[in-house]
Design a binder for this molecule. Structure first.
Ligand SMILES: Nc1ncnc2c1ncn2[C@@H]1O[C@H](COP(=O)(O)OP(=O)(O)OP(=O)(O)O)[C@@H](O)[C@H]1O
Length: 296
C-alpha cells in the first residue's frame, strides 16, 4: 500500500519557495530516507505531511487519505526537538499520547511493554521521565511514537545522542517495524545510517528534488569506472588502467573509459595474482551527497 503520495507540493515563506514542486511516494514495508543539506526543506516537507503547516499548492495523501485528523492518527512522528512531560510517569505518558491518537489502551500498553523490554527499560516503566538519562528519554520518546501502531513512522535524527548499543537496538527495532509492513521515513544527516538502513531515498536541495530512487541504483548511477583489488602480492602493470592508489594490500584501479572490470580481472587471473577481493567500487552516499550539493 502507498503510505505517502506527495504530488507537486510547494511552500513559500515570504519571497522564498522553500519547497518547490516536490513529488515522491513511500510504500508500506520500506525504509525511505529524506535527506538534504541544512535548510533544504526537509522539516517543512515533514510538517506539511503532518498537517502542521499547509502547502501553498500540491496534494498530499497519507494512507490514501487527504490530510485531516484521520491521516494524523496514521502517523507516528519523532521530531528532532524532543520533549515529553518530565513530571509524568513513563507508562502514563505512553497511554495518554496513544489515546490522543485514538488507539485502544490495551494495544498501546502491549506494544509499549514489548519495546520497553527490548530496550531494557521495562523495569523503569513507572518512573518519571525526569528520572531518566537523555538517551533513555529518547528511547521512551520512540516508544511513544510507535505505541499507537501507526502505519507511517517519521523519524527525524532518531540516533542522535544514543550510544552504539542503543543505536543498534533502535536500528534493529526499526527494521522489525519495516518487516511488520510499516512505512518508515528517516530524515538524517548521517549518510552511513542511510546507506546501512534505507531501501530508497529522496534528496532535496534548495527546495527541489535532486535524487530519488533505490539506494543501490543511485550508487550505481554515480559509480566511477574503478575497481578495488586486495592482494598480498604487488599488482603487475595492467593494460587499460590509468591510475592506481595502493594502501595496505588494497588497490583502487581507475580504468580507462573503454576498459571493463572483467578485462582487468582476466589479466589478474592470467598473471596468476592471488586475489583476495575484487570489487567494482561504488561511491558512498556521503560522497554522492557532497558531489550533488557542490554541483553549481
Ligand atoms: N516558519 C518559517 N518562516 C520562514 N522561513 C522558514 C520557516 N521555516 C523554515 N523556513 C525556511 O525554509 C527553509 C527550509 O527549512 P527547513 O527547516 O525545512 O530545512 P531542513 O532541510 O529541515 O534543514 P535542517 O537540516 O537544517 O533541519 C530554510 O531556508 C528556512 O530558513
Amino acid at each position: 500500500m502507498l503510505a505517502v503520495k506527495i504530488s507537486d507540493v510547494s511552500k513559500v515563506y515570504g519571497e522564498k519557495k522553500v519547497v518547490d514542486g516536490v513529488s515522491f511516494e513511500v510504500d508500506s514495508g520500506e525504509i525511505f530516507a529524506l535527506i538534504g543539506p541544512n535548510g533544504a526543506g526537509k522539516t517543512t516537507t515533514i510538517r506539511m505531511m503532518m498537517d502542521i503547516i499547509k502547502p501553498d499548492s500540491g496534494d498530499i495523501l497519507i494512507m490514501g487519505q487527504h490530510l485531516g485528523e484521520g491521516s494524523k492518527n496514521c502517523i507516528g512522528y519523532l521530531p528532532e526537538e524532543r520533549g515529553l512531560y518530565r513530571k509524568l510517569r513513563i507508562m502514563d505518558t505512553i497511554v495518554y499520547m496513544a489515546s490522543l491518537k485514538g488507539a485502544p489502551v490495551e494495544t498501546a500498553v502491549a506494544r509499549a511493554e514489548n519495546l520497553l523490554k527490548k530496550f531494557g527499560l521495562y523495569e523503569h516503566r513507572y518512573k518519571k521521565i525526569e528520572e531518566l538519562s537523555k538517551g533513555m528519554g529518547q528511547l521512551i520518546q520512540f516508544v511513544v511514537t510507535v505505541a499507537h501502531d501507526p502505519g507511517l513512522i517519521i523519524l527525524d535524527e532518531p540516533f542522535a545522542g544514543l550510544d552504539p548499543v542503543n543505536s543498534r537496538l533502535l536500528k534493529d527495532t526499526i527494521k522489525d517495524l519495516r518487516a511488520e509492513g510499516k512505512a518508515i521515513i528517516l530524515s538524517t544527516h548521517r549518510m552511513n545510517e542511510v546507506q546501512e538502513m534505507c531501501d530508497r531515498l529522496f534528496m532535496i536541495n534548495k527546495g527541489q528534488r535532486v535524487l530519488y530512487g533505490a539506494l543501490n541504483d543511485i550508487r550505481r548511477q554515480f559509480r566511477s569506472n574503478s575497481v578495488v583489488v586486495e592482494s598480498e602480492q604487488a599488482l603487475p602493470s595492467l593494460s587499460g588502467v590509468s591510475g592506481v592508489e595502493s594502501k595496505n594490500h588494497t588497490s583502487i584501479l581507475k580504468l580507462d573509459g573503454s576498459t571493463t572490470p572483467q578485462s582487468v580481472l582476466a589479466q589478474l587471473v592470467a598473471a596468476q595474482v592471488p586475489v583476495e577481493r575484487f570489487e567494482v567500487s561504488l561511491p558512498s552516499l556521503d560522497d554522492i551527497f557532497v558531489q550533488v550539493v557542490k554541483k553549481p
